[in-house]
Design a protein around this ligand. Sequence first.
Ligand code: NDP
Ligand code: GDR
Length: 355
Amino acid sequence: MAENQKVALITGITGQDGSYLTEFLINKGYHVHGIIRRSSSFNTSRIEHLYQDQHKEGKKSLTLHYGDLTDSSNLHSIVSRVNPTEIYNLGAQSHVKVSFDMSEYTGDVDGLGCLRLLDAIRSCGLEKKVKYYQASTSELYGKVQEIPQSETTPFYPRSPYAVAKQYAYWIVVNYREAYDIYACNGILFNHESPRRGPTFVTRKITRFVAGIACGKDEILYLGNINAKRDWGHARDYVEAMWLMLQQEKPEDFVIATGETHSVREFVEKSFKEIDIIIKWRGEAENEEGYCEKTGKVYVKIDEKYYRPTEVDLLLGNPNKAKKLLKWEIKTSFDELVKEMVAKDIEYIKNGDKYN
Ligand code: NDP
Ligand code: GDR
C-alpha cells in the first residue's frame, strides 16, 4: 500500500449505501476495509463485483473483516489494526417497522454501536487522526415540527429506530465537543436504488411491478400509502458522505432532494413504466389500486404493514450542503423510479442478483 494512500473503514459495507460508498472510494484511490457479519448464507452480493475486480486486476483495494457493532473488543481490534483515516458508520438494523419488534437490539446496534466505535477511536489514540461519519437520518424529525426540515428543525423521533439514531446523533456531537474528534452527522433523507433492501417500500413496489411485467399474477399488499418521503438516489448520497469528511471543520448536514412524494405516487409512477395506469377506489384499509384499462386489481392494503407510530411527511432542505459542500443531486425522482423498475426487470430475467 502506498504510504499516503487514504484508508477508509466502513461498517455496513454489505448494505445498499456501503456498496455504493465502497465503489466511490475505490475509484478515488482509497484502500477500503469493511466490517461484515458472519452469516449462515452469503451476505456480500452487493460488493461481490468489487472483490472479483481486484482479483482480476491484481490490486488490493478492499479488505473485509468479520465484526459486529455490538462487540466492543472486536471494534477496538479492527480499528487498531486498520489504522483508518476515515470511518463511515453505516451499519444498523435499519428497518423502522422491524425496530418496533426488536427495540432493544436496535438500540444496541444503532445507538450504542456508534458509541462503541467512537470509544474505539479514543482507546486507539486516533482522535486527532481519524475522521468519522455517522449515518444519521431524517427519521429524527418524525412527527412534523417544521416543513421543510433542516439542520435546525427540532427532533421528534417516532420509532425505536429513530430514538436509537437520536442517541447516536447526540453522542457524535458530544464527542466532537468533548474530545475534538472530527465527527459528522449526515442527516440523510430516504435514498433508494436497485440495491435497496427488498422490504423497503420503493424496492418492494418496483420488484412487484417487474414481476408483473415478466408475467407474474399477484397482488401487492402495502401499509400506509399516504406517507410522503423525500426520495433520492443512494449513488448521489454517498458522495455527500465523503464530502462531509473533506471539510476544514466537522459539521452536520441535511442531505435531501427538496421534493416529496407519497407512496401512492411511487406506485403510480412505477406501474406507468410498464404502461399500466393505476387508479384508486375504496377507503382506508379497503382501498385498492386497479388498472384503469382492464379493471384488474394490483394493489391492496394490509394493516400488518402499518406502524404503531408513523412518520407522515418528510421533506428536506439541502441548502447548507449545496452551499458548503457544493453537493447537488444528479438523479431526479422520475429517473430513480425508471432505473429501479428497469433493473428489477433485468434481475428477474438474469436471475435476481440483489435479493
Ligand atoms: P441497509 O439495511 O441496506 O444496510 C445495513 C448494513 O448494516 C448491512 O451491511 C448490515 O449487514 C449491517 N449491519 C446490521 N446490523 C449490524 C451489526 N449488528 N453490526 C454490524 N453491521 C450490521 O441500510 P442502508 O445501506 O440503506 O443504510 C445505511 C445506513 O444509513 C444505516 O445506518 C441506515 O440506518 C442509515 N440511513 C439510511 C437511509 C436510507 O434511506 N437508505 C436514510 C438515512 C439513514 P448485513 O448485510 O449482514 O445485514
Ligand atoms: P422508512 O422507509 O421507514 O422511511 O425508513 P420504508 O421504505 O420502510 O417506508 C417508507 C414509508 O412507506 C410506508 N409503507 C410501507 N413501508 C414498507 N417498508 N412496507 C410496506 O409495505 C409499506 N406500505 C407503506 C411506511 O409506513 C413509511 O411511511 C427508511 C430506512 O432506510 C431508514 O433506515 C432510514 O433512516 C429512513 O428511510 C430515512
